[in-house]
Design a protein around this ligand. Sequence first.
Ligand code: CP
Ligand code: NVA
Length: 308
Amino acid sequence: MIAPVISLRGRDFIDVADLEPGDLRRLLDLARDIKGGRWTERPLQGKHVAMLFQRPSHRTRVSFEVGIARLGGTTTTLSGQDVQLGFRESVADAARVLDRYVDGVVARLRSHADLLLLARSSDKPVINALTDRSHPCQVLADLMTLEEVHGDLAAQRVVYIGDGNNIANSLIEASVLAGFALTVITPPGYDPDAGVVERARSINSGSHHVTLTNQVDVNRATAIYTDVWASMGQEDERAARQKVFAPYQVNQHLMDIAPEAVFMHCLPAHRGEEVTDEVIDGPRSVVFQQAENRLYAQMALMAGLFGA
Ligand code: CP
Ligand code: NVA
């Protein structure tokens, strides 16, 4: 049976935690059917989506543009320089104007607070395409990938190693929603967002858990996930971070400790820093499968959020 479109109409997608477990299930089922060519509807026919990028992007921009076109919609992509949010005009004013032209907004903003303000000021659905706090669209594709490679999400043990950044925060929310065990390993002082962790722990039940540690231990991992040590906007810290993060590199020695684990990375990667060529190009790397699944996971999301 073909998975039905999830009913998210009129809602925003700011964080993974915005979804209910049933939403996630339907979304992943639909994404799988889209990928398998079993679902070819065009619910965005006649709809126009604005995409706003205050930071560089390759995967997110292209996968959204292609996904919207395949769903029958059209796009306008604006750079931060075009709109100059908060400088040329306020976030709220920009949102109110976009509202009058388009049926939905995909926004990659520097500040999560600005994204929340944009979403609050807009009557149209807003999708978070990455902020300093979270990257929920990436993690939807990651969940799809984890299910493809290892099956039941709730049976998995994901180890994230590196900076406690936007990817780490979204993975924490995903572990609560999908019920897998997650260990987040960071250098001291580079923890994930305290609010995200607190919320995850408050809804923790016996079936899943989030562990934060500074000790590198990947025993029994089914996936080892890392990300850049210095995210966009932290370029000035890159040299200092290289020293602090060096013991947290994902290399073959680490992968050998967890023979069942696939290697995951949202990309772009800084090869030779957080991951070695041997690992990212190795047989257990699923990084390009993750990148590909951005397209299908986002199409399933947009069919529910922006669709007719
Ligand atoms: N993973 C990801 O979001 O890539 P881009 O920054 O290139 O969009
Ligand atoms: N943590 C990275 C993710 C890029 C997709 C960044 O924010 O730059």
